[in-house]
Design a binder for this molecule. Sequence first.
Ligand SMILES: Cc1cc2nc3c(=O)[nH]c(=O)nc-3n(C[C@H](O)[C@H](O)[C@H](O)COP(=O)(O)OP(=O)(O)OC[C@H]3O[C@@H](n4cnc5c(N)ncnc54)[C@H](O)[C@@H]3O)c2cc1C
Length: 489
Amino acid sequence: MQYSGELIRALQAVVGTRGVVMGDAALMTYEADGCVMDLHAPNIVVLPQTSEQTAAIVKIAHQARIPVVARGAGTGLSGGATPIHGGIVIAMTRMDQVLEVDAANRRVRVQPGVINWELSQQLAPHGYAFMPDPSSQKACTLGGNIANNSGGPHCLKYGMTTNHVLALRTVLPNGDLIWTGNGRIDTVGYDLAGVMTGSEGMFGIVTEAWVRMTRLPEALRVVLALFPDIPSASQTVSTIIARGILPAALEMMDKLAIKAVNGMYKLGLPDSAGSALLIEVDGVSDGLDELLAQVVGICREHGAIEVRPATTAAEQAQVWAARKNAFGAMGRLSPSYYLVDTVVPRTKLPAILAHVGDVAKDFHLPIANVFHAGDGNLHPLILFDRRDKQQLERALGAATEILKESVRLGGVVSGEHGIGVEKRDYMDILFTTADLAAMAGLRKSFDPLDLFNPGKVFPARTGCGELAELRQNAISANEITALPSGTWI
Ligand SMILES: Cc1cc2nc3c(=O)[nH]c(=O)nc-3n(C[C@H](O)[C@H](O)[C@H](O)COP(=O)(O)OP(=O)(O)OC[C@H]3O[C@@H](n4cnc5c(N)ncnc54)[C@H](O)[C@@H]3O)c2cc1C
């Protein structure tokens, strides 16, 4: 659909002609994020440089009842930034400034387009870092991290993005611009920053954020431990935590993933390795070697075939690069992969990984595993060729099996990548109609017209409006009735 000249001129008046992107070829860039299962181009893309411009764009869209999708770097893996109903994509990449470093209050004020890695680089000379570190950190933005409540290897010890967000400046779906607090003292009233974080761009568009700066540890130690199989590494993870040790990171790779990174990073790991744990401990120097020795002892107790400390900064950077770029290394094994994001209680890791192995056999597709083992956050990578329709079908079927088993084992369907489009139809495996209705009621209170990132999070067969209506009825009748089957739309 072509937008009217009047609408285009109104947007250009806000951001200038170079801030408005049109034309099929240019819009193709915005038709998906990192999840290329669902493609849909927007009608127009607008690139604001300030909060006020963002609010003005939203006001225009609101008046014209046009859907709006915020976009950071587009590295999301759940289709969150994909404009499945078209409309206006507001790309935040020009708002990429670190505005204020406030060391006295251990906080930093940023625009949402700041790249996660660059923020930590800018904070390092002050002795600080922004701790949530998704493996995509060299590309993804703070806005995307906040909207998805992203995690990363160091979130085991330091917490997810939500634990680092202090206050947000946000454009609401009607174009109002609010601050959720001042980022210095606890806000009274509802915790709106908490509500916004993880809301996948459906409640508001973040245009500025106060986030926590965390003091860099005095020292750290990294060790790579190789095991004959998955159960021995999984047991090691459980024992480390059970003995009261909280590593900064505790990451696992299976045999297939080791093969991929070995080829790419020349790590020289033995073929006999069935799994590897990358373990980092950090803190004050005193006692850190003893802590590492304890960790190494636990690895050996559980049958580690080799334990390799990464002693120099260069060695540490090499093993971390291998882990953080492991997804990219899959290109050595297969033309495409489908990355599943799921979580189980840590003690259920051996059971779910055995199930993943069975699924690989049943669906005749290789599956590699690279994941945040300390959190029980699994990332099976289903390897397939997307040009082959049958393989695509099998990959989708395999993912469903893994997700269902995760829920059966007491887990959830996403650890950090968000629900977006990809996982929306799994939401009713996990939640009751009443649960979903409560969420829809919250959504509706921010966005009664369903304009911000429509079509995400709620099952496709359930209208968000329908759930909100149920919620509304429930509030008046003080009860929630289950949706009769066949009423899903
Ligand atoms: C190789 C690879 C590794 C990854 N590793 C991890 C990992 O370890 N941990 C992890 O959690 N994720 C990981 N991801 C997923 C992804 O990088 C994260 O979800 C990231 O936070 C997305 O940031 P982005 O800037 O690319 O956001 P986008 O993909 O552009 O958008 C993500 C969501 O945020 C919304 N959004 C974006 N900006 C704003 C804003 N300013 N205001 C409101 N809403 C907004 C969008 O509408 C969308 O719903 C990985 C992805 C890749 C490709």
